[in-house]
Design a protein around this ligand. Structure first.
Ligand code: HEC
Ligand code: HEC
Ligand code: HEC
Ligand code: HEC
Length: 386
């Protein structure tokens, strides 16, 4: 897709940029995984010929190790941009205050502003200057035809800043998750936002004659069949293999088990002798194939994915459930006990009352607006009832 856009851009006037926050907040913070993600995503953007990467909190807050990794992966050919950050550590010396790029005969000034409040979240000292003052100073000092600002500020703070500082043509919101389906105007500035972990590419066609966008879109990567770049595909495959081994090693090291709980998930094999028809019905649903979906994506060891695709990991306080693919293979998939509760006592005395009350809340912990935007309890309950 990037190749096609490049071909269409008159006089090579395409700008390709990434606004940072490359790693996804994980259920448990795993620095090795974060480092790997930063390394590979940065390297891929370099290979794709991106014009710049503007690191955010997730790259800057966790110490020089991650910053060094990013600088190394950028390899000198992908500029890293932080306008109002004091570059006090050797790793940060590689960061640029601004970029002036010549595209299709026009001078494009690029800056990236961090929120001084980020200092509180960082595990090492960060010195961040006033965003408005830094921006004014650079815009005044560097002659340009277009000013593009990346804002690592909460959306509300970013809008206030754009009212204070004039002369910005395009501003991109980078700190908070979500998207703006259409560009918005704040004064004379076009405001854009596309932070949904790579599900869409934000695209803007700019007219210098009219000083406004001609076309803007969020292009969905999964729906449109986008030709993958073989170099990127290779890196992604290598990372998936690395992640899988990493999680297997973690599991071997014995972290994550909990033995104080009194009830135990027993697995669907134990139900068939008395509830044969229900088990057969369940087997027809996608709940019975949820683990295979992770295997297909090579994420069958990933702690971020497992809780919704196995049994008894989502609410660990309710009993000893899924621990790991090796220890508890009988708890793959969204089984009976995920909805009804751990069944060890029910097996000992089946006539005794058993079973959690099932309400829409049972479902929406997994069927969230992100994972299943069209979920409706009234409609979907019929597809799984027995
Ligand atoms: C030894 C036979 C037996 C086994 C094995 C068994 N059940 Fe049951 N189950 C029963 C009986 C008997 C009842 C109560 C009567 C009925 O509703 O059929 C029952 C009822 C239930 C109910 C409904 C409870 C209620 O209050 O309406 C659920 C849910 C349930 N079982 C789930 C399971 C699950 C999950 C498993 C496997 C982990 C399982 N059962 C294994 C015999 C069994
Ligand atoms: C532990 C997480 C979890 C819970 C709890 C859960 N689901 Fe699901 N559900 C999933 C996953 C994961 C899939 C998709 C499986 C796949 O295709 O990989 C799914 C798929 C479905 C489907 C598609 C089934 C089909 O055969 O087409 C329906 C309908 C559904 N769930 C309804 C419900 C309802 C209703 C509830 C609550 C009573 C519920 N789910 C509770 C995780 C869950
Ligand atoms: C919060 C719960 C949750 C988490 C976490 C989760 N999933 Fe799912 N997943 C679901 C639900 C619910 C569905 C079913 C949605 C539907 O009806 O299409 C689903 C469906 C799927 C499907 C099959 C449907 C499809 O789009 O082809 C795949 C593959 C999948 N998930 C992979 C993953 C991977 C990989 C991860 C980790 C990165 C993950 N899931 C994490 C809840 C979750
Ligand atoms: C996605 C959630 C979900 C899963 C998975 C699930 N059930 Fe249920 N089950 C329900 C709901 C909802 C009902 C309806 C009664 C209620 O509201 O409690 C029900 C009812 C039942 C009943 C009582 C039926 C009756 O006639 O009163 C039994 C027994 C039962 N389930 C057993 C099972 C067994 C065995 C499995 C696994 C093979 C299973 N369930 C998997 C949600 C689930």
């Amino acid at each position: 897709m990037i190749k096609t856009l490049r071909r269409q851009a008159p006089g090579g006037g395409m700008l390709l940029l990434n606004v940072g926050n490359l790693t996804k907040p994980s259920i448990r913070k795993d620095f090795a995984v974060m480092k790997k993600q930063v390394e590979v995503i940065t390297a891929c953007y370099r290979q794709l010929g991106a014009d710049l990467l503007a690191p955010g909190l997730q790259e800057l807050a966790y110490g020089d190790d991650i910053i060094n990794t990013m600088v190394k992966a950028a390899g000198g050919s992908l500029p890293l941009l932080c306008t109002n950050l004091e570059k006090h550590s050797p790793a940060m010396k590689a960061f640029r205050d601004y970029l002036l790029l010549e595209k299709g005969g026009r001078r494009i000034l690029l800056t990236s502003l961090l929120d001084p409040a980020m200092k509180r979240k960082a595990i090492h000292p960060l010195a961040i200057g006033d965003p408005a003052a830094s921006l004014r100073q650079i815009q005044a000092a560097v002659p340009h035809d277009l000013s593009v600002v990346i804002l690592h500020l909460a959306d509300r703070k970013a809008r206030t800043l754009l009212q204070q500082v004039k002369g910005v043509d395009i501003a991109i919101l980078a700190a908070q998750r979500g998207t703006l389906p259409q560009p918005e105007m704040v004064g004379k500035t076009v405001l854009l936002k596309n932070n949904n972990h790579g599900k869409t590419i934000g695209y803007l066609d700019w007219s210098f004659a009219r000083r406004q966008p001609v076309k803007a879109a969020l292009v969905e990567l999964e729906k449109k069949r986008v030709d993958p770049d073989p170099r990127v595909e290779k890196q992604v495959a290598a990372v998936e293999a690395w992640l899988r081994q990493h999680y297997i090693d973690l599991e071997k090291s014995g972290r994550g088990a909990d033995s104080k709980l009194t009830s135990t998930y027993v697995g669907v094999k134990k139900c068939g002798s008395c509830h044969a028809k229900i088990v057969a019905d369940w087997q027809q649903t996608r709940h019975a194939r949820a683990y295979a979906s992770l295997q297909k994506k090579c994420r069958d060891y990933c702690p971020d994915c497992l809780p919704c695709h196995v049994t008894g990991k989502k609410n660990p306080q309710n009993g000893v459930g899924f621990l790991s693919p090796q220890k508890t293979p009988h708890l793959f998939n969204v089984q009976c006990e995920q909805c009804h509760g751990a069944a060890d006592r029910h097996l000992q005395d089946p006539e005794k009352p058993y079973g959690a009350l099932i309400t829409p809340d049972t479902c929406v912990t997994c069927h969230t607006p992100q994972t299943d935007p069209e979920f409706s309890y009234e409609k979907d309950i019929n597809l799984i009832s027995h």
